[in-house]
Design a protein around this ligand. Structure first.
Ligand code: C5P
Length: 210
C-alpha cells in the first residue's frame, strides 16, 4: 500500500503545527512544517536586500531548504515576507518537488495551506484545522508575550488579530494555490478544544480512514 500521507491545512495560528507534530510522533511518521520553506525563502530575500513581493525569477533561485531551525524565521517581518514569496508561482513550483519527495518513501504528516489541494490531492487523510480569529490571536499572543500582565494586553492581541487576518486574506485570495479546504477534508474547529483533545479527535479520524 502507498505510504500514509496526512495533510493538515488551515489558516494561520489555528494549531496546525502543534497537531501535525504530535500526530507524527503518535503515528511514528516524519513531519514537515511546510510554512518553514516559505519562511526560509522570505528570510533569505530579506537578508539579500531583495523585495519578497517582486516576482523576478532570479529571486526564486533563493528558495532554500537551508537552515529551517533558525529561530528568526518566526518574527512578524518574516510572517509577511513568507506570505509574499508564497504568492509567486515560480517559488511554489520549486517547492512542490521538495514536499512530495519528503513524503514519498516513508509517508509523512505535512502542515500548510495547500497540502490537501495541491501538494497531495491523494493524501489518505486530510484535516482542515480552524479556530475563530479571536482564539487564534489570543493563542499566538500567549506564545509571543514577554509580559502576560501587560496593561495594553488587549490592544496587543487586537494587533495580532489584525496581522493574522491580513495574512489569511492574502493567502486565501492569491491565484497560486490559495488557502482552501479540499472538498474531502475533515474540519476540526479548535476553539473549545485543548491540544490533547485535538490530537485525540485527529487520531480517531485517522483510525477511521486507514
Ligand atoms: O504556516 P506558516 O504561518 O508558518 O506559513 C507562513 C506563510 O507561508 C503563510 O502565510 C503562507 O503564505 C505560506 N504557506 C503557503 N503554503 C504552505 C505553507 C505556508 O503558502 N503550504
Amino acid at each position: 500500500t502507498a505510504p500514509l500521507v496526512i495533510a493538515v491545512d488551515g489558516p494561520a495560528a489555528a494549531g496546525k503545527g502543534t497537531l501535525a507534530q504530535r500526530l507524527a510522533r503518535a503515528l511514528d511518521l516524519p513531519y514537515l512544517d511546510t510554512g518553514l520553506l516559505y519562511r526560509a525563502t522570505g528570510r533569505r530575500m530579506l537578508d539579500a536586500g531583495l523585495d519578497p513581493a517582486s516576482p523576478a525569477d532570479a529571486q526564486a533561485r533563493l528558495v532554500t531548504l537551508g537552515d529551517l531551525s533558525r529561530t528568526d524565521l518566526r518574527v512578524p517581518q518574516v510572517d509577511r515576507a513568507a506570505s509574499l514569496v508564497a504568492s509567486q508561482p515560480t517559488v511554489r513550483r520549486i517547492l512542490v518537488g521538495i514536499q512530495r519527495d519528503f513524503a514519498a518513501r516513508h509517508g509523512a504528516v505535512l502542515d500548510g495551506r495547500d497540502i490537501g489541494t495541491v501538494i497531495f490531492p491523494d493524501a489518505r487523510v486530510k484535516l482542515f484545522v480552524t479556530a475563530s480569529l479571536g482564539a487564534r490571536a489570543r493563542r499566538r499572543w500567549e506564545q509571543m508575550a514577554t509580559d502576560p500582565d501587560a496593561p495594553d494586553r488587549e490592544a496587543q492581541i487586537a494587533r495580532v488579530a489584525q496581522e493574522l487576518q491580513a495574512r489569511d486574506a492574502a493567502d486565501s485570495s492569491r491565484a497560486a494555490a490559495p488557502l482552501r479546504a479540499a472538498p474531502d477534508a475533515i474540519h476540526i474547529e479548535t476553539d473549545d478544544m485543548s491540544a490533547d483533545e485535538v490530537l485525540a479527535e485527529a487520531l480517531r479520524i485517522v483510525a477511521d480512514m486507514t
